[in-house]
Design a protein around this ligand. Structure first.
Ligand code: FAD
Ligand code: NAP
Length: 258
């Protein structure tokens, strides 16, 4: 790792995995001093051919103890950052701000029994880190991860999510994790069909998971497109939930995926 300035450093790309032509994951080396709380995001930079820098926010997928940082990205056709990212190879350098950011963290909630994590697309990323945090498994009786995508091929990390149940740190509580895929334009196995807000309103998510979503017991984190976050927030308000604030802890924490 090379010193860039006080605010950012460069880190080598260690690994890249393509899920579909427009979805990929990558890992970069982690500076020993880099600290984050599961659910937070990093700011990554890439240099354009003209020498200028493009910076974008990226939720961290990794566990807080990993010696690398993993990210899960969409490739936006013509997107400034992701067009560059698409051609980044193992061994190349990416810039990273030294500080992690964000409030989509479980310490937003002071109580609660069940943790619902509602994601669409790459909004899955922060929950992968949260689910590798021992504290998450200790604090909540049920961890319900709902991932909504268009098609089956976009259900990235499916095997890794199921394998999380067997992690030695919490294997005795492995059954706490419920993983519910949602497909909007496809059908597959046990995936529900539709969009998350509608599946909340119809109670289909609760019926399928066998868990009631209530203001008393449920704490809900939401990450996806701005429209998904807005519609899901509204569906949760209809169930009596409220946005959790530092001054007034409640049930909902949200983050827009762009
Ligand atoms: C807090 C935060 C965390 C983020 N975490 C991630 C992450 O973990 N993975 C990730 O891929 N992106 C993430 N993003 C989005 C990311 O910062 C960039 O927007 C994305 O990399 C595209 O950059 P771009 O320059 O190619 O296109 P941009 O010019 O930034 O975006 C162009 C358009 O592409 C669409 N778009 C952007 N990001 C996404 C996305 N993730 N999924 C679907 N459509 C999108 C939107 O319509 C947007 O207007 C996050 C954004 C924020 C604010
Ligand atoms: N994924 C593809 O195959 C594809 C193809 C062409 C273009 N794109 C473009 O690429 C970008 C990202 O696509 P993406 O599929 O990764 O992300 P996305 O458009 O955010 O969709 C991801 C999932 O979220 C659902 N969704 C969309 N709006 C929602 C809302 N308001 N409330 C709840 N759920 C909602 C989608 O359902 P719906 O299917 O019902 O929208 C889909 O299941 C978009 O700009 C898209 O137009 C994607």
């Amino acid at each position: 790792m090379m010193l860039l300035d006080d605010k950012a450093t460069t880190a080598r790309v260690l690994w890249k995995r393509q899920w579909t032509p427009k979805l990929l994951s990558f890992r970069i080396a982690r500076d020993a001093a880099y600290r984050f709380v599961p659910g937070q995001f990093a700011r990554l930079g890439l240099r354009k051919p003209n020498g200028s820098l493009v910076w974008r926010a990226y939720s961290i997928v990794s566990a807080s103890w990993d010696d690398h940082l993993e990210f899960y990205s969409i490739i936006v056709p013509g997107g400034q950052f992701t067009s560059l990212l698409n051609s980044v190879a193992t061994g190349d350098e990416i810039l990273i701000e030294r500080q992690a950011y964000g409030f989509l963290t479980t310490n937003r909630f002071t109580d609660g029994r069940d943790l619902w994590m509602l994601a669409t697309g790459t909004g899955l990323a922060p929950f992968l880190s949260i689910l590798q945090d021992e504290e998450t498994w200790r604090r909540f009786e049920r961890l319900i991860l709902v991932h909504g995508v268009r098609e089956t091929a976009e259900l990235a990390y499916r095997e890794e999510i199921v394998a999380l149940r067997k992690h030695p740190l919490w294997a005795e509580h492995g059954e706490r994790l419920i993983y519910q895929p949602v497909l909007s334009r496809d059908t597959h196995g046990d995936a529900l069909r539709g969009r998350i807000p509608a599946l909340l309103a119809s109670q289909a998510l609760e019926e399928r998971t066998g868990i009631a979503l209530t203001p008393e017991h449920s704490r809900v984190m939401v990450c996806g497109s701005p429209a998904m976050v807005e519609d899901t927030h509204r569906a949760l308000i209809a169930k009596g939930c409220r946005l959790s604030r530092l001054s007034a802890p409640a049930q909902i924490a949200v983050e827009n995926g762009w």
